[in-house]
Design a binder for this molecule. Structure first.
Ligand code: FAD
Ligand code: EPU
Length: 338
């Protein structure tokens, strides 16, 4: 394990923001973490754990030890006729892991195809797309407690998963390095095709027999058609969460804005499509310097080249204020601001 200093993070965050880490190291094993805890760079500095850097906005140089998680390995830990428990190390690239599951015909993660980042970050915000969240197949995770130097197991209820939320984003923030995640996948998959344009895309693809592979491909096609590829345009996916409002607020807004896009929730609240609110506020396609609101998906803020993290952050504040002024709804940032 090697610790270097003043390292550029430009290629390690999908926004492509130029920022330096005071110290930087990569961990390949749990032993590396134990070794790291005894170093002066760890003891004398704050730390930031980094996966694929696809849910971060770096607003300044990182005055901390950046720990890039590179733990690898996928293994089957248990199986029966119906299900299989697959353990995936935190540093595995999420989409590659999903593809591995599909190749083995293990169902449950196909709707989450093409989400950037590493498996270790997937429980952080309970990643979700196309009607599925990881909590639906999550079994348990192992995490290293930095204060005690011990590995700990977390069950689904321990993780307190919510919409783009978990205990690791709240009470336990920065206290654990997630080292592996185990999913309970199905050998006899149930297909989830109700959400969004999946059915329509499957028709366009002329799929005669439904399979997890076909659903994965449909999701890949839809995502590629509207979400900017971070290799071409810097971004971190949805910058804001879709806000949840009480039914009363929803009804008032619906009266004033009959085309409002919203989804009823089980708790009788409504989730509003933040992309719609931003677009209707006239901000879709807005460019400020090299920062912008994406022209195909208004919920995604983008870096067209040399925008700084501060510029993107200021743009997000402008979006927040404009949406609030028009609709009286306060958006919450989804991306982790560093
Ligand atoms: P990073 O950005 O590196 O880290 C995110 C947070 O987790 C940080 O706070 C970091 O400190 C912490 N962290 C990372 N790894 C660990 C670990 N091992 N232990 C402890 N803490 C850790 N998200 C969705 O939910 N659904 C989507 O559909 C979706 N689409 C996206 C599309 C695009 C084009 C992009 C760029 C992003 C999208 N995202 C989406 C957001 C992002 O891909 C996910 O949040 C992803 O899980 C982040 O993984 P990462 O490894 O890049 O995390
Ligand atoms: N919409 C607009 N204008 C826009 C964008 C969206 O009017 O510019 C409206 C459309 O009516 C559309 C609706 O909003 O039907 C929903 O849009 P979309 O299906 O693109 O999904 P989203 O709500 O914008 C969420 C997640 C995404 C996830 C998709 C698919 C959040 C914050 N975002 O986006 O997750 O991939 O659904 O399930 O929940 C991410 O978290 O980074 C992310 C990309």
């Amino acid at each position: 394990m090697q610790i270097t200093s003043n390292i550029s993070l430009k290629n390690l965050n999908t926004f492509g923001i130029e920022a330096e880490a005071k110290y930087f190291t990569e961990i390949q094993s749990v032993d590396n973490i134990i070794e790291l805890l005894n170093t002066k760079e760890y003891k004398n500095n704050a730390h930031l754990i980094l996966g694929g850097g696809s849910n971060l906005l770096l607003t300044k140089n990182v005055d901390a030890l950046v720990i890039k998680n590179n733990l690898k390995g996928i293994s089957i830990v248990k199986e029966n006729d119906d299900a299989v428990w697959v353990k995936c190390a935190a540093g595995e690239v999420w989409h590659e892991f999903v593809m591995w599951c599909i190749q083995h015909n293990f169902g449950g993660l196909e709707n989450l195809s093409l989400i950037p980042g590493c498996t270790g970050a997937s429980p952080m915000q309970n990643i979700g797309a196309y009607g599925v969240e990881i909590k639906d197949t999550f079994y348990e995770l192992e995490a290293f407690h930095l204060e005690t130097g011990k590995q700990q197991l977390f069950s689904k209820s321990d993780c307190e998963f919510g919409y783009r939320e978990s205990v690791f984003k709240q009470q336990l923030k920065n206290q654990f390095i997630i080292t592996s995640v185990t999913f309970q996948l199905s050998k006899k998959p149930t297909f989830h095709i109700e959400y969004g344009a999946i059915k329509q895309e499957l028709e366009t693809m002329h799929i005669s027999e439904l399979s997890i592979k076909a659903i994965s491909q449909a999701v890949i096609n839809i995502r590629s058609s509207k979400l900017p590829n971070p290799k071409e345009i810097g971004n971190a996916g949805s910058f804001f969460k879709n806000p949840e409002v009480p039914a009363e607020t929803y009804l008032k807004l619906k009266q004033e804005f009959p085309n409002l896009v919203a989804y009823p929730l089980e708790n009788s609240n409504y989730k509003l499509a933040a992309g719609w609110l931003i677009e209707q506020s006239g901000l879709k396609g807005l460019k400020v310097g090299d920062g912008g609101v994406h022209k195909l998906q208004a919920l995604v803020l983008v870096n067209y080249g040399k925008a700084t993290g501060k510029e993107i952050y200021d743009l997000s504040t402008h979006v927040l204020q404009t949406v609030n002024a028009k609709f009286g709804v306060t958006l919450e940032r989804e991306v982790n601001i560093i």
